[in-house]
Ligand binder design. Sequence first.
Ligand code: ATP
Ligand code: MG
Length: 406
Amino acid sequence: MFQVTYLARLGELTLKGGNIKEFENRLVHNTRVYLESVKARVQLRAGRMYIDCPEESCAAVEFTLSHLIGITGWARTHVCEKNVESIKEAVMIEALKAKQEGAKTFKIETRRAEKSFPLSSYELSCEAAGDVFDQKILSVDVHNPDLTIRIEMRERCFVYSDAQKGCRGLPVGTSGKGLLLLSGGLDSPVAGYRMMRRGMKVECIYFHAYPYTSSEAQKKVEDLAQIISSYGIETHINIIPFTEVQMAIRKLTKDVPVINDFSTESFSTLLLRMCMMKTASILAHHIHAQCLITGESLGQVASQTIENMAVTEYACTLPLIRPLIGLDKEEIIETAKFIGTYDTSILPYEDCCVLFSPKHPVLKASIENASSLFDQLNADALLQEAFEKREIKTFSAKKYVEEHYT
Ligand code: ATP
Ligand code: MG
C-alpha cells in the first residue's frame, strides 16, 4: 500500500539528554496530527523520522514536512534492497532525472549507520557511481557538483538527492504556551514563528476597532493566523472589540489635555498599548499562557523606544517576550518571506493604532506620567468587558491539510 518513503533528519532535539524521548514523542505526535486525514505511517528510529505513504498522499506529506518544526531537513527517497545492483538502479534514476533538468556533474555521499554491509562508505559510493560515470550521463565533481546523491544504509537502504531544508527548532508543545499579540503587520507573525521554533505553543489575540478598522483588516489577521497554525499545529485567534477603549482614550485626551507639560494626546498610542497589554494579560491567565509575545523591535517606531517599551511592559502581569527586539526590518522581512506571511502582511488595510495615532507621539515617556494617565483612564471594567465580548476562531494545520490535500 505504501510506495513512497520520506526521510526526515531531526534537529536540535537530538542534543537533548535524558528527556530526549519527550521531544521525539512530541515530534511524532505533531507529524501525525498534520496527517490525520491522509494515509501515511510515521515512525521514528535512530535519529531519523520516516513517513511511508501512497503516491496520493505525497502532497500532504510534503506540506507537512516543509512546515513541521523540529526537523533540519527531509527528502523523498528510493528504498532499495541492500545490494549494489538495487542501489545502482536508484542512483541511475536520480542521475537521469537531474540530467534532464540540466545537471552536468554529480557526487555520491554514503552514510552507513548500519555497518554490516560488506563495502565501506567510500567503496559503495564508487560502485554506485560506476554506471552513471561509465555511460557518460554525468561527470564526477566532488567539490561543487550540480547533483549530490545520498545513500543511507540503515535498517533499510535509502537513496535520494533532492534534500529540502526543514524549519529546525524544537517541536511545538515542548516549551509551554504563549499569547501572541497579532496585528496585521510584518512583525508580529514573525515573532510568533520565532517562539514556535523554540517549541512554544502560540495562541493569538487581535484588537479590532470596528468600524475604524475594516473587516478586511480583520480578515487579513485571520489569514495570518492560518499561516501561523500551519507551523504551530493549531492556534485560536481571540478577536477583542476595542472601539470603546479607543474612544475612552480619545475622551481622556479631551478631558485632561495636559500632563506635566506634555499633551495627553501624545500619550494616546502608549495608553492604547497599555490597554492591550492589560487585556492580553487577562486572557493569558484565562487560557494558562505563560507569557505575552509582541513583534516589537527596538527603535522601529515611536512606541518602541526603550523608555516607551518600559511603559508598555508596566501594564503586563506576565513576562513579555519580544523575539524581534534586536532584528532589523530586512531580517524580519526575510523570515516573513520564508514563512509565507509577507504577501498578506503588506496588504494595505490599516490596523487600529494607525488611525488613532497622535501627530507628535511622546518618544521617551516616563512611567509616572503614563501610569498616572492610565489610572485616570480607569479602564479596568472596560477592558474586562472587551475581554468577555471576544470572538474566538480556530485555525489548524490538520484542517488545512484535510481541505487542500484530500
Ligand atoms: P506589526 O508589524 O506586528 O503590526 P508594527 O511595526 O506595526 O508591528 P506596532 O503597531 O507598534 O508595530 O505594534 C507593536 C506590536 O504590538 C505588534 O508587533 C503586535 O505584537 C502588537 N499590536 C499592535 N497592534 C495590535 C493589534 N491591533 N492587535 C494585536 N496586537 C497588536
Ligand atoms: Mg502594527
